[in-house]
Design a protein around this ligand. Structure first.
Ligand SMILES: [Zn+2]
Length: 419
């Protein structure tokens, strides 16, 4: 039996325990959470001999559930040190595609992904929604302590060839699935095909991918309403993105815009469901929010990426006010300096002074676990869940635990009970 003692415990699904709390775990799972004396009494009542209890003294710290990063692209980690432009979505995308086209075999994408994973884990992340075009992150993720979903992302704006593309996708998913099996990680990850977004994926592919997700009961992650050029392209076929697509020969001159908002376009094609993770939602109006709420989608916000690309700030309090759950992602190292969810929580709080620390912590833990279908095991500290936690050292014992957690604390450490 492991017993973790801390100044404060943030269980997320229950009240904060202050003045000395404890989490007890056996075989990697939590058996009791609460005030230290209560937990000790409970263990005694269960017949646990004191001599068999291994104590971990974190009396200078706050313990909370391990964090869930619902949206990142680990395969882009090699772009970390490239000088990608900020403040202009299309300029950023243009440079990203140029770098991707020209990198040849020299960039160590897998090594960079492994390094990014190591940093994420060291900053308390325990689960991830990783978006991958190449599925090159299967190996690095399988070798890590993380769990979650690998979204195999598809994009193609040209209308023809959707059926053939779906056949290729099925074969790629089957191969990656076998690889997960071979690496012994099938119990921690699965592959879910997913569209990039309404502005990059044809209606036929969007429909086909939504149908596949519904049939398999797997989550679907879609970038939506991230930038003004995306909105303009779908509304009237104009704007910077339209020019860029013509430049790159991504679409024909006779391409017809749906003449509606990105959210409305996805809804019309059946893409919005309770399994849908609507990533970004920066440019959403009341009607869009009503649709997302009615379809019971989760919105995933990536505040630092939005700021870096200059696309605007997602109206998170309004989204929450519409009754839509919000989870948190970092997006990739092509648009943020690190994959640290603590930094993301701090950015969110500084963007929206009205957001409570408790709400932000819930986004980074329980809401993320629910979004990825992991709430049986992760997202809160409760009996039966995995004892995958993160310890945040308080600079001073008088510090407010929730404030400390949501202002990018310096010293954090993953804490996991052996299974
Ligand atoms: Zn993204």
């Amino acid at each position: 039996m492991e017993l973790y003692l801390a100044a404060h415990i943030l269980p997320v699904t229950g009240p904060v325990v202050s003045g000395g709390g404890a989490v007890a775990a056996r075989d990697g799972r939590i058996v009791a959470v609460g005030a230290e004396d209560e937990v000790r009494r409970e263990l005694a009542a269960q017949g646990v001999a004191p001599a068999t209890i291994r104590e971990h003294d974190f009396s200078d710290s706050v313990l909370l559930p391990g964090l869930v990063n619902v949206h990142t692209h680990l395969e882009l980690s090699w772009l970390k040190d490239e000088d990608l432009p900020g403040g202009d979505y299309v300029a950023w995308l243009r440079r990203l595609l140029e770098l991707r086209d020209s990198r040849g075999e020299t960039a160590d994408a897998e090594g960079a992904a492994r390094q990014a994973i190591e940093t994420m884990v060291s900053r308390g992340t325990v689960a991830v929604g990783d978006v991958s075009n190449t599925l090159s992150t299967v190996g690095p993720l399988a070798d890590s302590s993380l769990r979650g979903v690998i979204f195999h992302e598809i994009y193609r704006i040209r209308p023809e060839g959707a059926e053939q593309r779906m056949e290729e996708v099925a074969a790629q998913v089957a191969a990656a699935d076998q690889e997960l099996q071979r690496l012994g990680a099938r119990d921690r990850f699965f592959i879910a095909p997913t569209p990039h977004g309404p502005h990059t994926t044809s209606p036929a592919l969007l429909k086909a991918l939504a149908g596949r997700a519904a049939a398999s009961r797997e989550p679907l992650s879609v970038h939506v309403a991230e930038s003004r050029p995306e909105v303009e392209l779908l509304q009237d076929g104009g704007g910077d993105l339209a020019g860029f697509y013509k430049e790159r020969d991504f679409m024909d001159g006779d391409w017809q815009p749906p003449a509606m908002s990105p959210v409305a376009h996805l809804d019309r094609l059946g893409v919005l469901s309770p399994a849908t993770l609507a990533v970004h939602c920066v440019h959403v109006d009341r009607q869009d929010l009503a649709r997302l709420q009615e379809r019971r989608c989760t919105v995933v916000t990536c505040p630092r990426s939005n700021a870096r690309l200059g696309v605007g700030c997602a109206p998170v309090p309004t989204i929450m006010g519409a009754g839509i759950p919000v989870a948190l992602g970092t997006d990739s190292l092509a648009s943020v300096p690190d994959l640290d969810l603590f930094a993301e929580m701090a950015a969110l709080r500084s963007d929206h002074s009205k957001l409570s620390a408790a709400a932000v912590i819930r986004m980074a833990t329980l809401n993320g676990a629910k979004a990825l279908g992991l709430e049986q095991d992760l997202g809160s500290l409760a009996p039966g869940k995995l004892a995958r936690m993160v310890r945040v050292v308080l600079p001073s014992l008088s510090d407010d635990p929730m404030e400390t957690v949501t202002t990018c604390p310096e010293t954090v450490e993953p804490v996991a009970a052996a299974s």
